[in-house]
Design a protein. Structure first.
Length: 566
């Protein structure tokens, strides 16, 4: 799966409100007692705007290197530039902070990377969960389609019926032409011409039709509300308070030390960290004893993470530690600290959900989807699902079958093997004369039979060995997804790496299915993203190309949790 960059123009704009809020409520502002909020807001916008040219330069280099180290170095450099811009802005706007210029630059270099990385993790996690949500919705649509007895597909019911009729007509005409060629003596057959005709059909008809079907499908899977993800992350799963508190501790110290001194910074850092961890352990202990449910436990942790430190500031810590005696100022000060802690907690918990607790979140998604009053499945959704299935079939099984026959014809032309050539032409004619719309929906044969069809389809070109004995136990829609991915992976290995020996295997880890496609041939290079890339992006939880010695290895993971029966 493509790495999530920590630096982009989107993240630059998303961090603008963060910059404004942080500078408005920073210790610089609070310690001076200034009430000129507009000047500080303008300063934050000026500072953020000043790094825009440097963002463009940084993106030029980080996009080429494409690793987290380059992104982090670029963000630290941008933070330094922002710190310098803030110092210049102090002089222009006649503001009077208590922090030294050098410390402000240092503070900015630490703060800005945290904002960008935190938002990048949140945005990418939300995108990933949205893809999971849409995949579940698509499966529920297919279940509804099967339940309603709508497997029989008429072209008049397809939104792109004219497109499919044209493809069917062209394919049937070529099938008849090939059958006519087969009736001729071998010496009169121009095999190179037939190879060219098959390739033209793939490039001019098949690929455009599958792309139009896929891109034009209007499956109305609703967007998963951010509020739902926040609720699942903060209220329905165990909070990662210790990690958030330890991460936030140095951030508090750096932010307070420059203006309010190391004594307050150290005490506040230790008090805030220890209290948050103590609150967490007490609430979790009550949860384990059955005195609190998960939602009330998490609510208590979040609420007490503000109330307990605020009470400590008012009644326990010496008033001389603080720059003000105003209760209202201390209220806002602690509100800012607690809010920042919760934001970090949300980001960490969100990421951990994505990494380790996906199945629990998926169950929450299933409950949302299965509430028909919330997400009713319309006839347009059923049509869109059929379009997607048809696009997958055209791009996968049909295209792979025709490419295999084309490669066999090329080999026969070079070797003069007329028997092989005629076998390839018969295979092509059989494939082309099928009713493609109905075949894409039938899926009557067993999964093992369909995998054997993939293997036998490349016979004579590559030795494809598929060992997925456990695939019969998977839910039908998961079977279809896995077979489509295997078909695409095998086809890519043969087409792009010229592989002649391919093995496919898999294993289960909990509810995740891990599949490996190992192949020889030349090294796999980055291809222009197409429907195959979209297939892997939409159907897998993750995938990657790597090397195992001299062999190419495609690994992908598919979630196998079945939806509750409708």
């Amino acid at each position: 799966m493509k790495r999530t960059p920590w630096l982009s123009w989107r993240l630059y704009f998303l961090t603008i409100p963060v910059d404004v809020i942080v500078l408005l409520l920073s210790s610089d502002h609070a310690s001076t007692g200034s009430s000129n909020f507009s000047s500080w807001a303008i300063l934050s916008l000026m500072a953020h705007g000043s790094i825009a040219p440097f963002v463009a330069i940084a993106l030029h280099f980080t996009s080429r290197v494409n690793n987290w180290k380059a992104d982090l170095c670029a963000l630290i450099a941008l933070g330094l530039v922002r710190g310098v811009a803030i110092n210049i802005g102090f002089g222009i706007m006649d503001l009077d902070p208590r922090v030294s210029s050098l410390y402000k630059v240092f503070n900015s270099a630490i703060s800005l990377p945290l904002w960008f990385i935190g938002i990048a993790v949140f945005v990418e996690s939300r995108r990933h969960f949205q893809r999971e949500f849409e995949a579940l919705f698509l499966r529920s649509v297919r279940k509804e389609q099967a339940t309603a007895g709508k497997q029989n597909l008429e072209l008049v019911d397809v939104s792109n019926g004219e497109l499919i009729q044209n493809l069917q007509s062209v394919a049937s005409n070529l099938a008849r032409e090939i059958e006519g060629v087969l009736s001729l003596p071998p010496s009169q057959v121009d095999y190179a011409k037939q190879t060219s005709n098959i390739q033209d059909l793939i490039n001019k008809e098949l690929r455009p039709a599958s792309a139009q079907l896929w891109n034009g499908s209007n499956l109305s899977a609703p967007k998963l509300p951010t509020s739902t993800l926040i609720r699942i992350s903060l209220l329905e799963q165990k909070l990662k308070v210790i990690a958030a508190a330890l991460l936030f501790c140095p951030y508090i110290f750096i932010g307070l030390n420059g203006t309010l001194g190391w004594r307050l910074a150290a005490i506040e850092s230790l008090v805030a960290t220890s209290l948050n961890i103590l609150i967490f352990f007490v609430c979790e202990l009550l949860f384990k004893k059955g005195l609190l449910n998960r939602r009330f436990t998490n609510t208590s942790i979040i609420g007490l993470s503000y109330l307990v430190p605020f009470t400590t500031i008012l009644f326990v810590l010496p008033s001389g530690l603080f720059w003000t005696d105003s209760v209202a100022t201390k209220f806002v000060y602690q509100l800012f600290l607690s809010t920042s802690h919760i934001v970090i907690l949300l980001g960490i918990n969100f990421y951990k959900l994505l990494e380790r607790q996906r199945s629990a979140v998926i169950q929450s998604f299933e409950q949302i989807i299965l509430g028909s009053d919330v997400l009713p499945i319309s006839s347009a959704d059923l049509t869109a699902a059929r379009d997607i299935d048809l696009a997958r079939y055209l791009h996968g099984e049909l295209q792979a079958g025709l490419i295999a026959t084309s490669l066999l014809l090329q080999r026969a032309s070079k070797t003069g093997d007329t028997d092989l050539a005629r076998h390839a032409l018969r295979s092509a004619a059989n494939i082309l004369r099928q009713d493609h719309a109905r075949v894409s929906q039938s899926r009557i044969s067993s999964p093992q039979a369909r995998l054997e069809k993939i293997s036998s389809g490349w016979r004579g070109i590559a030795d494809v060995r598929i060992n997925l004995d456990w695939i019969d136990a998977l839910e039908t829609s998961v079977q279809n997804d896995v077979i489509a991915l295997v078909d695409e992976g095998v086809s890519n290995a043969i087409r792009h790496a010229k592989a002649s020996l391919i093995s496919v295997g898999g294993s289960h880890t909990g509810r995740d299915l891990h599949v490996e496609i190992l192949s020889n041939g030349s090294g796999m290079t980055e291809q222009v993203p197409g429907l195959g890339t979209k297939l892997f992006n939409e159907l897998t939880s993750s995938y990657e190309y790597t090397n195992r010695g001299d062999l190419n290895l495609l690994k992908f993971t598919v979630r196998t949790d079945p939806l509750v029966e409708l």
